[in-house]
Design a binder for this molecule. Structure first.
Ligand code: PMP
Length: 325
């Protein structure tokens, strides 16, 4: 847990980040990989030489691949073509077999990374499919680790948790634990424009109209994951690709923390909440920064990529200063 000293200075309250980039696999996903694999071993569902299969935007894949190297399993990953090239190369470097699948198809399409992983699991005997979007152990892993750590590290002095929601495991498991300690803690999820999650939380409806392509990886969804416990989440805020990218760059420059794309999304979400008057001087807010910036060198940390996306620099957004005579 680190204090955010600069980026949220203008906002009342104290802001801390649960900084997940320093896990061995550089993201929060080490927690679910370790927990689910250990449990499968204890239950006799895995023996050396077996295969572990997963659908992943990259981070879970890295954590699973790392565990497979150490424990002697084969690793097969179905990855969306939205995942950065860095992430895909990393997975291959860690010995995984990687299947790159189109991101712009329905989750039920046979080409989707969900369906590809399911098919491979059916075809390979002695394999387990982690299935992070629909596995309640994803929630349990954070209930047993992230939640208690946040509670202990803040000594129970926390008013808000702000976390990105992809599978929803991080926010749901942490929230479940924190609300058991203090039901008054407000839990706020960050969702992406182009994802159905916020609308589903508000209305209980799966609204196809909400779905369109976006660039942030690991945040938001085009389906409703059962690894999200919507009951323990108070509300969601949506963020854009561009704001999130600039916010991540700002965290690196102002706080010296080299974080991933969704950390920028979380920071920008906090700013939207602040504008709505969510925080006051008594607020003690924990924001989860899920992964490390090194996975995004060819994306948000590349000036060329930013320009290609049409993301204008904040300087360009400002009116041109008049020359001093
Ligand atoms: N940020 C990144 C970079 C991720 O890879 C993920 C996981 N998909 C998340 C945030 C969201 O975490 P969760 O799946 O636990 O909701």
């Amino acid at each position: 847990m680190l204090r955010l000293n600069k980026v949220l200075n203008a906002i009342p309250g104290e802001f801390y980040t649960k900084f997940e980039a320093h896990n061995p696999g550089h993201s929060s996903k080490d927690r679910i990989a370790a927990y689910i694999i250990d449990k499968a071993e204890k239950e006799g569902k895995l023996k050396p030489g077996d295969t572990i299969i997963e659908t992943t935007s990259g981070n879970t894949g890295f954590s699973v691949a790392m565990a497979c190297v150490i424990k002697g399993y084969k690793c097969i990953l179905a990855v969306s073509n939205k995942s950065s090239k860095d992430k895909i190369s990393l997975l291959k470097t860690m010995g995984a077999e990687v299947h790159v699948c189109p991101s712009n198809v329905a989750s039920t399409d046979p080409r989707s990374y969900y369906e590809v992983a399911k098919r491979i699991h059916q075809e390979i005997p002695n394999s387990i499919y982690i299935n992070q979007y629909f596995n309640s152990l994803n929630i349990d892993a954070h209930y047993l680790t992230t939640g208690p750590e946040i509670w202990n590290q803040t000594q129970g002095n926390i008013t808000h948790l702000v976390a990105c929601s992809g599978t929803g495991g991080t926010i749901s498991g942490s929230a479940r634990y924190l609300k058991e300690q203090n039901p008054g803690i407000k839990i706020i999820g960050i969702d992406a424009f182009g994802s159905v999650i916020q609308k589903y939380h508000e209305t209980g409806e799966f609204d196809q109209e909400e779905i369109y392509p976006y660039r942030i990886e690991g945040l938001g969804k085009n389906l409703i994951p059962s690894a999200t416990d919507f009951e323990v989440i108070d509300r969601y805020v949506k963020v854009s690709d561009e704001d999130s990218a600039f916010a991540a760059r700002e965290i690196a420059k102002k706080e010296g923390m080299f974080v991933g794309y969704t950390s920028g999304a979380a920071l920008h979400g906090v700013r939207i909440l602040a504008e709505e008057g969510e925080f006051d001087e008594n607020s003690k807010v924990v924001v989860i920064f899920p992964d490390h910036g090194s996975r995004y060198m060819s994306k948000i940390y590349s000036d060329e990529w930013m320009a290609e996306q049409g993301f204008t620099t904040p300087e360009e957004k400002k009116p041109t200063p008049k020359p001093i005579k």
